[in-house]
Design a protein around this ligand. Structure first.
Ligand code: SF4
Ligand code: SF4
Length: 382
């Protein structure tokens, strides 16, 4: 935060008394500026895996240059998250270039393709990832984008993962979820076989208490929980003037001790500095006020991806996935990721299905204009 940004906090209608001394001191310290110094890494343990990973770990999804990831590794970041599907497979190769000579210092998590269900498909995905990553094992292999509990118990998937573990090709099993995540987290906790070791879950200052409680239960059960999508989209807004809500949102996720780490997507050195600086920082009153303003400013755009509206759409449009694709296009500014995600929706459940629907009856529990969102998705992605 620059000095003028600090002063601009007055725009938020706050007085020094409201901020409290602690918040004032920290904001003033940040406002003083000065050359950037990488902080000492801060670690937490990833549940029963026992892996000690940096609380700010690396989300590589949007990173085009291996140098950015490499600098993070050189300053102690020791966990990187990628996926078979990101950048049409190139993302794992970018991570591999950053990992050169550092394979024994960094834990790598990747994901099998969400449509891969058979043993053959899962074996193929893992072999392809190992080759792309230039590595003999994957630390955490994750089911990508789980939206309900059923998928967690598919016998063929479990047999494939166990076989891969026996072969030493993967060490721990994880799940990623950003739709219906409370159900998914609870199902993993209640699984009597305790099959999954980690959960990568959408978790941010707009998340509800049910998810917070499910995450607490998961942590108590020894499951390592990592937060993603901590920025609630990261939409640009003028409501805060030049103040970025970025660090405050990351701090919000990490102040929950049931979260082992967050994996913010870091596209460039600016993002890396912003995110890594949060290690060791506390959430302050100033941060909470920034998040309140930011949350209100993006409320009409941010989809919680809860999927509840889908029960009210007679055509079964995957509204939450359409909205996630739209978020990748508008907020993340990644046309490739947006189109890739949108392309995975069957045509009959995409926004095109709305074209001959006379009147939109789908209702968002958070007041979003579903018809307008679908129209925007068609314009940008269809
Ligand atoms: S217009 Fe609304 S109700 Fe009709 S198909 Fe699209 S999302 Fe569903
Ligand atoms: S549009 Fe609304 S109801 Fe539908 S997934 Fe998003 S937040 Fe949930």
């Amino acid at each position: 935060m620059k000095r003028r940004d600090f002063l601009k906090l007055g725009v938020l209608g706050t007085g020094g008394a409201l901020l409290g001394w602690e918040g004032l001191a920290e904001a003033a310290q940040q406002a003083a500026g000065g050359p950037f110094r990488f902080p000492a890494p801060v670690y937490r343990t990833l549940g029963r895996t026992g892996l000690k990973i940096t609380v700010v770990s690396f989300g590589a999804m949007l990173t085009p240059e291996p140098e950015v990831i490499r600098v993070a590794f050189e300053h102690g970041v020791n966990y990187v998250d990628t996926a078979r599907r990101y950048m049409n497979g190139r993302n794992e190769e970018i991570v591999a270039r950053a990992l050169k000579g550092m394979h024994d210092k960094v834990y790598v998590a990747t994901k099998i393709v969400s449509s891969s269900r058979s043993k053959v498909d899962i074996f193929r995905d893992v072999e392809t990832s190992l080759k792309a990553l230039e590595r003999d094992h994957i630390d955490v292999i994750q089911l990508h984008n789980v939206t309900g509990s059923e998928r967690l118990f598919e016998p063929e998937m479990r047999e494939a993962l166990v076989k891969l573990k026996q072969q030493g090709k993967v060490r721990f099993f994880g799940v990623t979820t950003h739709t219906n995540e409370t159900e998914v987290v609870n199902a993993i906790v209640d699984d009597k076989d305790k099959f999954f070791d980690t959960i990568l879950v959408k978790y941010n200052f707009r998340s509800d208490d049910d998810l917070k409680k499910a995450i607490a239960k998961a942590a108590q059960a020894g499951i390592g929980v990592i937060a993603m999508k901590t920025q609630a989209g990261g939409y640009k807004t003028d409501a805060l003037g030049p103040i970025s809500p970025h660090q405050a949102a990351l701090k919000w996720a990490l102040q929950d001790k049931n979260i082992t780490a967050a994996i913010p997507g870091m596209r460039d050195m600016g993002h890396l500095r912003d995110d890594i600086a949060v290690m060791g920082m506390r959430l302050t009153l100033v941060d909470s006020m920034i998040l309140r303003c930011y949350g209100a400013a993006v409320a009409s755009r941010y989809c919680h991806m809860c999927g509840k509206c889908e029960e009210t759409c007679p055509r079964g449009v995957r509204i939450s996935v359409v909205n996630r694709s739209l978020m990748y296009a508008e907020a993340y500014r990644s046309a490739e990721l947006a189109r890739g995600t949108y392309g995975e929706i069957p045509a009959c459940a995409s926004a095109s299905a709305c074209l001959d629907c006379g009147h939109c009856v789908a209702r968002c529990v958070n007041g979003l204009d579903v018809a307008a969102k679908m129209a925007r998705a068609r314009k940008l992605l269809a």
